[in-house]
Design a protein around this ligand. Structure first.
Ligand SMILES: [Zn+2]
Length: 416
């Protein structure tokens, strides 16, 4: 056993050797107090490679910015020029990543193999795909569908859970991990898949939910970006498209949908983390989700896009602060979801329309599902946490995060 653990640590050490090293990188937190300060941060985000982990939609809400040791003095000086002070919120991103590797290795060492996948750990793209393939082979409820293929040749796979596909039941549709570094989102979707597939026939609530609905999940909507976060850069967000005429790689597939395409909250600069791409649906990840949800047109009851972090439940619109016609119904549903979610472990969530509650985000999934596909209950959920670990949420928070989220979703689904 000891040798086995040493081997695991050794392999992880090898695996991390070629990765970008974030030792000494900090995440600083800054609160813009005025419109000018907010505009400054927005312009900075969309015109540079500075890695914003969070950018608020309005003044007096915090922004989180990752800074390298070499750029810290420069960033701090620019903020000071704008009369903004900051605090160091995460002192060493590299240390967080080492802790994450350590925690994952510990989980691997103690996993007893009772389940097909250790739902209390993070998994590579290949591991998640192997899990879905095994489920499809062994569980009569489960099938898979390939929605498209990434630039680097990875399938964008949807897991379908249905007790009777020919019945054309209402569908609950999920996309997860379209932003590569948001690992908790794939883990949450895998956990929910596990809950549904193992609970059917024994858990009355789950049995009823499967008898009434079809459940469809794309656990890793951005496979190339996700693989890149495992192999090279833990903090990568976009896909891995090689942009013509730029040395910067990647498009934000969650800014590549048509509603409000290229508007505020997305960038025309290929070096930005929110680069929207050359045209709506130019990206394989976006067109795969477009085709998968269109295949169920008219029967999608909820469409949920999983993101992290900041603990928010968000409705359309993202591209404008105008409210959608069905906003009262959306607000009612979100309130039910968040009450059930928060009553699980007390995790505080805010909720409301995307553009006001978090930030303007043009060309995102949720506006497309609502506006183009007519899905009223179309939401983005920003999972845990509120910035202590950011994207590197420890694996021991996977089960509580997924449990509270699932409780919120079940309560909402039972009320709409
Ligand atoms: Zn995201």
């Amino acid at each position: 056993m000891k040798n086995c653990i040493l081997l695991v640590f050794g392999l992880l050490a090898l695996a991390t050797a070629a990765k970008l090293n974030y030792t000494g990188h900090k995440v600083i937190r800054v609160i813009p107090e005025t419109k000018e300060q907010l505009e400054f941060l927005r312009d900075w985000e969309s015109s540079s490679e500075i890695d914003f982990w969070l950018l608020p939609s309005s003044a007096r809400r915090f922004a989180d910015i990752r800074v390298s040791p070499g750029s810290y003095a420069h960033v701090a000086a620019r903020l000071a020029d704008m009369k903004m002070s900051h605090i160091v919120h995460i002192a060493d991103v590299g240390e967080l990543e080492r802790q994450e590797q350590h925690n994952m290795a510990q989980r691997i060492a103690i996993f007893n193999g009772e389940k097909a996948i250790d739902v209390e750990n993070y998994h590579t793209y290949e591991e998640v795909m192997a899990y879905l393939a095994e489920l499809a082979n062994t569980n009569p409820l489960v099938s898979t569908k390939v929605g498209g293929t990434s630039e680097e040749g990875r399938d964008i796979v949807q897991a379908i859970i249905s007790s009777d596909l020919s019945a054309n039941k209402p569908v609950h549709f999920f996309d997860c991990n379209i932003h590569a570094r948001e690992w908790i989102t794939a883990a949450t979707c895998v956990w929910i898949i596990d809950q549904i597939t193992t609970g059917y026939g024994s858990d009355p609530e789950i049995t009823s939910l499967v008898d009434q609905y079809d459940w469809k999940f794309v656990p890793i909507a951005n496979p190339d970006g996700y693989a890149y976060t495992w192999n090279t850069d833990r903090n990568w967000r976009k896909n891995r498209l090689v942009n013509n005429g730029s040395t910067c790689v990647g498009v934000d597939a969650n800014r590549n949908f048509p509603i409000g395409f290229a508007g505020s909250g997305s960038s025309s600069d290929p070096c930005s983390g929110t680069y929207h791409g050359i045209a709506a649906f130019s990206e394989r990840e976006a067109s795969a989700l477009r085709d998968l949800i269109a295949a169920d047109r008219g029967r999608v009851k909820t469409a949920i896009s999983m993101h992290s972090y900041s603990q928010m439940f968000l409705s359309p619109y993202g591209y404008t602060t105008d409210l959608p016609a069905e906003y009262p119904e959306m607000f009612r549903a979100m309130e039910i979801a968040v009450n059930a979610l928060t009553s699980t472990y007390g995790t505080p969530y805010t909720y409301g329309n995307t553009a006001v509650t978090i930030y303007i985000a043009s060309g995102d999934t949720t506006d497309h599902y609502y506006e183009s596909e007519g899905v009223v209950h179309s939401y983005t959920i920003e999972l845990r946490d509120s910035g202590t670990y950011g994207f590197q949420l420890p694996p021991d928070q996977i089960v509580p995060t997924a449990t509270e989220t699932w409780n919120g979703l079940k309560a909402m689904i039972n009320a709409i």
